[in-house]
Design a binder for this molecule. Structure first.
Ligand code: ADP
Ligand code: MG
Ligand code: MG
Length: 248
């Protein structure tokens, strides 16, 4: 379970998160919606441990442990996974090699042994197949020249391999056509599990037709200003964010 209490954070002396409270139960899919600039990406970066932000107050606990004291790789070892809005490209490193390094780094920090090459290949091929990822893509440099949809599928592939306890998707739907959106959503839905939570960050309701959330939270001016069930996303789609921006 993820518990965020009274989180305040700033960057370059500017306050971005301003008393954010959020609880996501184990096994739950929580959607975070909100206007541009409300702090959605900031929240995801702080969860992953990006060091540009200063947390000035509050706490973040994952399964009872204070993750704010952990380095990004320790958090990854604890099962925190962030799918980036703008995935990075790594020229000169084959996708397969990158995925193997990511998986083995996680295993190492957990004190587990490396997967054998054949175990790894079996695992990655199985996951790639379910996400409609061509095997030739796995031989190409990581994300280099991949289409938007291919990059998003690659993120979901990484997530499937790393089997996170907390998966965070920050506007993974941006720029996806309807087919890619469905593949990404199916991939996430296949990963839904009793021991895994998701935080799905999205500006638009569209993705939530495919990944139906248990809870919807509205983020405005750095705090959660309203929480509800999946119907709240439809209300936001119909009415926009204006009411919440003014209420904050
Ligand atoms: P969202 O993802 O909801 O659109 P962000 O978390 O990206 O919002 O940004 C929240 C606010 O923080 C915005 O006002 C943005 O301009 C500001 N911000 C984000 N990154 C920086 C930065 N590196 N320096 C200064 N301000 C920033
Ligand atoms: Mg933004
Ligand atoms: Mg953002």
């Amino acid at each position: 379970m993820l518990e965020i209490k009274n989180l305040h954070a700033e960057i370059d002396g500017k306050t971005i998160l301003n008393g954010l409270d959020l609880t996501v139960a184990t096994g739950e899919v929580a959607a975070i919606m909100g206007p541009n600039g409300s702090g959605k990406s900031t929240l995801s970066y702080i969860l992953a441990g990006k060091d540009d932000y200063t947390v000035t107050e509050g706490e973040i606990r994952l399964n009872g442990e204070n993750i704010l004291e952990m380095a990004p790789d320790e958090r990854a070892a604890k099962g925190v996974f962030l799918a980036f809005q703008y995935p990075l490209e790594i020229p000169g490193v084959a996708t397969m090699t990158f995925l193997k390094a990511a998986l083995n780094a996680q295993r190492k920090s957990r004190g587990e042994s490396e997967l054998s090459p054949s175990e790894f290949i079996r695992k990655v091929n199985k996951a790639a197949e379910s996400l409609d990822i061509n095997k030739d893509m796995l031989k190409r440099a990581f994300n280099v020249g991949f289409s938007g949809g291919e990059k998003k599928r690659m993120e979901i592939l990484q997530m499937a391999l790393l089997e996170p306890s907390l998966g965070i998707l920050d506007e993974t739907d941006s720029g996806l056509d309807i087919d890619a959106l469905r593949i990404v959503a199916d991939g996430v839905n296949a990963l839904r599990a009793k021991d895994r939570s998701f935080v799905i960050i999205t500006h638009y309701q569209r993705l939530l037709n495919h990944i139906v959330p248990d809870k919807v939270h509205v983020l405005s001016k750095g705090r959660i200003v309203k929480s509800g069930g999946k119907e709240l996303a439809l209300e936001l789609e119909a009415n926009g964010y204006r009411d919440y921006a003014e209420a904050a």
